[in-house]
Design a binder for this molecule. Structure first.
Ligand SMILES: Nc1ncnc2c1ncn2[C@@H]1O[C@H](COP(=O)(O)OP(=O)(O)OP(=O)(O)O)[C@@H](O)[C@H]1O
Ligand SMILES: [Mg+2]
Length: 254
């Protein structure tokens, strides 16, 4: 009995040590990837208890890096951190100007990236309140976002592009219903919806709302149609018989 207890303790210690080693590695890499102001923002969020330790790098996308972290209570959270120096801020700016929620869009690199991150956080809040399955937004400052971690034991759930849903018809229906709720209740269009931005828990969870714009955007109809077409194309490829995109569109905007 005593032996068991000892071996558990030593395992715990080892885990702690392993994690610390991993952490310091992660912090070293983060210090290379991000500028001082971003590191300070992360530090402020750590002081607020939003993040406690960073656990692993999930993805390094075109504009942002996503990390798995633990909050001060030991719960997993996802951290999406937009890079300042290497983001295509001119392109981001183009996608911000049609959004009527932003009266004036900054012109400088840092200002554009901050506005971009704040839009993603706002979109998560609006979508979450409308009952759309998205990660619960937790906190946001400048170019750093904290949201619910969609996964188990620090391992993110797979993307729709990588696994066949158990029940494609049901998954498709949930996604179309989500597009509808997003449009009708939240007043938003995801604008980048595809198998790349849906995680399966196995129920679908929609992620990456950075392109999400309001329904008054001059490009609204085009963006909504594109989201619907992407979903229809993917599920038809899986062999599902779906309604025509134009009929789904009409049902959503009616
Ligand atoms: N809340 C989350 N919980 C767990 N994993 C997540 C979460 N959000 C994102 N991820 C993982 O990180 C990856 C990248 O996230 P996301 O799609 O939001 O960023 P991105 O496509 O890199 O963004 P951008 O193109 O703007 O740089 C996802 O494919 C997913 O695997
Ligand atoms: Mg994405």
């Amino acid at each position: 009995m005593e032996d068991d207890f000892d071996s558990i303790l030593s395992k715990l210690d080892r885990k702690k040590i392993e994690r610390l080693e991993k952490d310091s590695e992660i912090y070293k890499i983060m210090a290379r990837v991000f500028d001082t102001s971003t590191l300070l923002t992360i530090y402020r969020l750590i002081n607020r208890g939003v993040f406690d330790v960073f656990y692993g790098n999930i993805s390094a996308g075109k504009e942002a890096n996503v990390y798995c972290a633990l909050d001060k209570n030991g719960n997993y959270v996802a951290a999406k951190i937009y890079r300042i120096a290497t983001s295509d801020f001119k392109n981001m700016r183009r996608y911000l100007v049609g959004d009527t929620r932003f009266k004036s869009v900054p012109v400088d690199r840092r200002g554009v990236v901050y506005t971009w991150a704040s839009r993603e956080f706002k979109n998560l809040q609006q979508a979450y309140q409308a009952g759309v399955p998205v990660p619960r937004p937790i906190d946001h400052e400048k170019n750093v976002l904290a949201m619910e971690f969609i996964g188990e034991d620090g391992i993110p759930y797979p993307l729709l592009k990588d696994v066949r849903p158990e029940n494609p018809g049901e998954t498709f229906d949930i996604l179309i219903d989500s597009v509808k709720k997003l449009y009708q209740i939240a007043g938003l269009i995801h604008s980048d919806l595809s198998e790349y931005n849906v995680m399966l828990t196995p129920e679908p969870v929609i992620i990456d709302l950075s392109m999400g714009t309001d329904t008054k955007n001059p490009l609204a109809e085009k963006l909504l149609m594109r989201d619907i077409q992407n979903l229809v194309r993917y599920f038809r490829k899986l062999g599902l018989r779906t309604p025509e995109p134009s009929d789904i569109f009409a049902e959503i905007v009616k």
